[in-house]
Design a protein around this ligand. Structure first.
Ligand code: ACO
Length: 430
């Protein structure tokens, strides 16, 4: 028996040797590709709790130690020294850019910010109060209708242009969705502004008066986007990989990822945190809501707490917590009741036996909403902001998946628990 293999013996004594793959870091994985052929059984792992769906070189997470690295660089270092545009280059290309490469990448993203003018008509078809996440996924899905000249997944140039378009146009689409909601005219992008300044300009400028971009707001957004940029095989990224694995055009794969992100158990949690804090309303009510979260018969959960992978702390939450204080301090809103309520809730939960025992810590979404609120971004836009940051991670994973020589269409199997075979009964006999 090889040392690098796992031996599986079925109840009838059939033996199979499963190869063990070792990554650069992290737990080994057992290659069960031959299991059904050799043993006639599938594995069963709802929610992929112990299943690696692919090999990836992009992001590494150690949930026990609270470690997150993009292409080997700790997120703390990137948050401190890098920018979202540089991190985007890193995620897409695998290494940090030279000064010239960064300048060229930055220029390319800036010149792709406009939307095909025909797409603006698309926005007019939505109801004025449509949720911006619904608009975002629909409009991104429609990009394959406007930019179908570059959807050949086998063409590296097409893959590059697709990546640039997603990164550059998502803020424009997001801002247009917001403007529709608030009944203001769409504001065209300004390519003299950097990524986050331009987003703030498109969100908050109006034709009637000049708009002053707050550098703290741009800095805070840049940090949030760095922290949201990728998170290995999370629900939305896995969705992008799965949709893209059929050879579907990449814009529809990203639209599928946006839809998956919207759920409150995933990116929708930042919106849910603010709604929860507003519902709690006052520190005197915290105990009642913590008790509700602990009650097995009550579906209520403390939003912004818990994570499938992080069981000690979420390193992104630590960085964002600091930024929340900085933003609120510098914008003169340090005494905001919402932040104080969030901090009190955090303290109560962190000391509570239930949360300690189940390793439930504040996640990235617990604080991001507080920053967005301080910047004047409405609650319904929180998950949209998350999507802008995550779009580069989705794109990097789509590129890795589509160029993987071992790539296959994603097609899980199942444990069938439905009815056994039965005969059709004519309607008059039922
Ligand atoms: N409040 C109260 N109890 C919780 C919470 C919570 N926020 N999260 C988990 N639990 C409990 C569960 O009830 C369960 O208890 P049990 O063992 O007695 O049944 C146990 O902790 C384990 O929870 P699971 O749901 O099995 O853990 P899973 O890894 O599947 O879920 C998830 C992780 C979805 C993030 C969960 O913690 C949750 O719903 N949190 C709130 C929503 C949230 O903040 N989502 C954002 C995640 S970060 C992101 O996507 C960017």
């Amino acid at each position: 028996m090889r040392q690098d293999a796992f031996r599986l013996i079925s109840p009838d004594g059939t033996e199979s040797e499963m190869k063990i793959h070792r990554g650069t870091m992290g737990p080994d994985v057992i290659d069960i590709g031959a299991l059904y052929r050799e043993q006639g059984v599938f594995t069963y792992d709802p929610g992929f709790v112990a299943t690696g769906s692919c090999a990836s070189k992009i992001t590494y997470i150690d949930g026990e130690q609270g470690v997150l690295m993009y292409r080997g660089y700790p997120v703390e270092q990137l948050a401190k020294h890098s920018s979202f545009i540089e991190v985007s280059y890193l995620l897409l290309h695998g290494s940090l850019p030279s000064a010239d490469e960064l300048a060229e990448f930055d220029r390319t993203i800036r010149v792709h910010t406009m939307l095909n003018e025909g797409m603006l008509n698309f926005f007019k078809g939505f109801r004025y109060d449509a949720h911006p996440m619904a608009i975002l996924s629909a409009v991104v899905g429609s990009m394959s209708a406007y930019y179908h000249d570059t959807t050949d997944a086998d063409n590296p140039e097409h893959r590059d242009i697709f990546a640039h378009r997603i990164l550059a146009k998502l803020p424009t689409i997001a801002a247009a969705a917001y403007k529709l909601n608030v009944g203001q005219p769409f504001i065209y992008p300004r390519n003299d502004l950097n990524y986050c300044e331009n987003l703030l300009h498109m969100l908050f400028a109006v034709p009637a008066e000049p708009y002053q971009i707050d550098p703290i707001a741009a800095e805070a957004l840049d940090l949030l986007f760095i922290l949201h940029a990728d998170h290995e095989q999370n629900c939305s990224t896995s969705t992008v990989r799965m949709a893209g694995s059929s050879g579907a055009n990449p814009y529809s794969a990203i639209a599928a990822g946006i839809s998956a992100l919207w759920g409150p158990a995933h990116g929708g949690a930042n919106e849910a945190v603010l709604e929860m804090l507003e519902e709690i309303g006052d520190a005197s009510q915290i105990g009642k809501f913590v008790d509700k979260a602990k009650d097995r018969n009550d579906p209520f959960r403390l939003m912004g707490f818990g994570h499938r992978v992080y069981k000690n702390f979420d390193p992104r939450a630590t960085i964002i917590r600091e930024m929340a204080h900085k933003v609120l301090g510098q914008l003169g809103r340090a005494d905001t009741p919402l932040l104080n309520l969030a901090l009190e809730l955090e303290q109560v939960a962190l000391k509570d036996e239930y949360f300690i025992e189940k390793n439930l810590y504040p996640n990235v979404d617990f604080y991001s909403g507080i920053i967005y609120r301080a910047l004047g971004i409405p609650t319904s836009m929180f998950t949209v902001m998350f999507a802008i940051g995550r779009s580069v991670g989705w794109t990097a994973h789509w590129r890795e998946m589509i160029t993987d020589p071992n790539g296959k269409i994603s097609r899980p199997r199942q444990l069938y628990t439905g009815s056994a075979e039965r005969d059709y009964i004519p309607i008059d006999k039922r």
